[in-house]
Each structure stands twice: as C-alpha cells, then as structure tokens.
Design a protein around this ligand. Sequence first.
Ligand code: PLP
Length: 380
Amino acid sequence: MADLIYLDNNATTRVADEVLAAMTPFYREHYGNPHAIHSLGRRSHDAVEAARADLATLLDCDAGEVIFTSCGTEGNAIVIRGLIDRHPDRRKVVSTTVEHPSVLTLLRALEREQLIELDLVPVDREGLIDMERMSAAIDDDTLLVSVMLAQNETGVLHPVARIAELAHAAGALVHVDAVQAAGKVPVSQRDLDADFITISGHKFHAPKGIGALTIRRGIALQPLWYGGGQELGMRSGTEAVPSIVGLAAAARAAREALPNYDRVRALRDRLEREIRARVADTSVNGATQPRIGNTASIAFHDTQADEIVRALDAEGICVSAGAACHSGSVEPSSTMKAMGKPLREAMGVVRFSLSRYTTSEEIDRTVDVASGVLQTARIA
Ligand code: PLP
C-alpha cells in the first residue's frame, strides 16, 4: 500500500524533526531541575526562560506573561476556573455555542453549580458569530468573554479583536482559545487585545502534553492547585523542560513557516474544489468565512461520515468524522448542530486537516480515493 496520508492535523500533528532534536539533550544531558542552583539546574532554567521568550515572540506579548501548561484543556481551565474563583461576586460569562468542549463543558458545569451565569452566543449556518447578540450579551455584569480564534471543525476565524473591543468597553476580560490558530495564522496578544491566550503544542508539531498560556500582566487568577509556586504560582509542579524546549522549537519553526502558509491554503482549496467537482451533493462548511488555511470541513450529503472515514482509512488516508457515536447511535457534532445544519448534511461531515508537510501528490491521491469511496458508499 502507498505511504500513509495524514490529514487529521487538527486532531494532532507529528513531532517535527527539529523539535525532537532540540528536546533530546534535555532528557539525557541537561536534566537538572530548573530551580536547582547547581550548573545542571541553571542550564535547565536558562532553557526554560529562552523558551518563554520564543513563545512571547510567537504570541506577541512579554515573556513575563507566558506560563507553560500541559495542554489546551488545562490552559482554558486555568483561566476560566481561576477567574471565577477570584471574582465570586461578578459571575457572568459570555461565550459561543461552537467552543471546544474544554471550554463549553466547563462553562456548563460551572453554570450547573450556579457559580456563573452563562450566555452562549449562537452562530449562523456558516459559523459566523451573531455579533448583534454578542454585543447585547456583554454588559456591566460580565466578568469574562471566552471566544476561540479558529474553530476546530470548520477552521472559521472569529472576529476576536472586535469582540475584545466590546468586552473591554464593558470592563470584562477576554480569553482567546487559539489552540487551532497558532502556527496557521498570526496570533498576537497585542493585535487581538486579549487578556489570556491558550495554545497547545501538539497542534503545531510539538509533543503532546505541553502547552502555553498568556496572562496579561497585572491580572490575578486563583491557581487550580498549589505547590512549589512555579510558573508565576499559576502552575506548580516541576517544569517539563524537554517538552518546553520542544514547544519553543515548534514555535520558532511555525513562525518561520507562516509566510509560506499560502501553499497549504492552496492545497486545501484544491482539495475542496476537486472533491466538489467530482462528488455530487457536497458542500463546504464555513467556506464563505475567513478560515485558517489547512481545514476543509466537507459535508457529503445523505452519507454517514464514520463509514467514509473507515473507507478512507482502509486506503491509508487518515481524516476525521464530524459525527460521532454516542451510546450506540451516531450523532452529528455539536458544532454542526450549533450551525443549524440539516441532518442529511451534518451526518456526513468529514474533516480534512492539512499540515505544512502535506504534499500535492497526497492531495491528488486523496481526491481520487475520496471520489471512489463516495461512489461506492452512495451505490451501496
Ligand atoms: N481548544 C481547541 C479549539 C481545540 O481544538 C482543542 C483540541 O482539539 C483544545 C482546545 C484542547 O487542546 P488539548 O488537546 O491540548 O487539551
């Protein structure tokens, strides 16, 4: 069989060679605790601080505003929980119906516990946030507005800077889940005017288990746990030095590769164009919106996405299904439901997510195989 074609990069990415090379010495040679005062400790400390500076460059903020976390889910929780615990008196949180579960299920749990009043602003069929509703939702009681920059299923980019303007005018703070945006579009704390930005290494060729969070200088959060006081006291526990070094190497590589990201976008556009030309009754979710360049969310009408994913997998192509199986029955994704997609479209949504390693030949083969698979699926 031909080599594996990996088009599930929004789920996770392969660790880049230069990232692994940067990490390796920190397992075997420079393994000191960054808080130890001997030379091995100082070597680790210097590496962590250099990494912090690299992350600050990627996210256009000060190094003193960056902390390292284990993943995007943790970064989101540190902000949301930490802020609510710190401000029990001001409890309204505004977010959207298409956030990642690490935000949405947390907010819903806090609402159930009556710790917050939650207002989820809807999106339209193209994934566009209803800005009139957003503007009406943000008021003087609002503590936090939490909005993702790039939607993980469709890639749609949200107008975060405009939302931050509305939030700050009302005295609310702004959290941006930029997990799917980092490495695919510029993510600037200054331009977005974000108080908190979450990113996760494994989405841009760093290892799993490492992420970063920016906390704007002067904003206090209640830590989720206590201990040695590492990472501004926000994330106690000995730093994962090799992973932090890997995250920094991935951040540098992503920044360098960003000017060439149009190549990925062109491949994605071709994939969508050719699949639509060759497969009847298909549509592209969020196509009319500004989107990150690597994501194609394609609805194959009147099909079952999980069957298509399995058929592509049998041909060595890894993609993911929007619809997922919950307790025996297949359900459309909550994002497709939130976008109001009819069931006949939502059940057949397949996400193709490219990376800077995706080749033109891989796209050609994916188009060929997908057209064949769809023909078989529709005849069957
Ligand atoms: N936020 C978004 C938009 C995501 O897509 C994901 C993961 O898919 C997360 C948060 C969670 O990130 P992690 O897997 O690093 O916890």
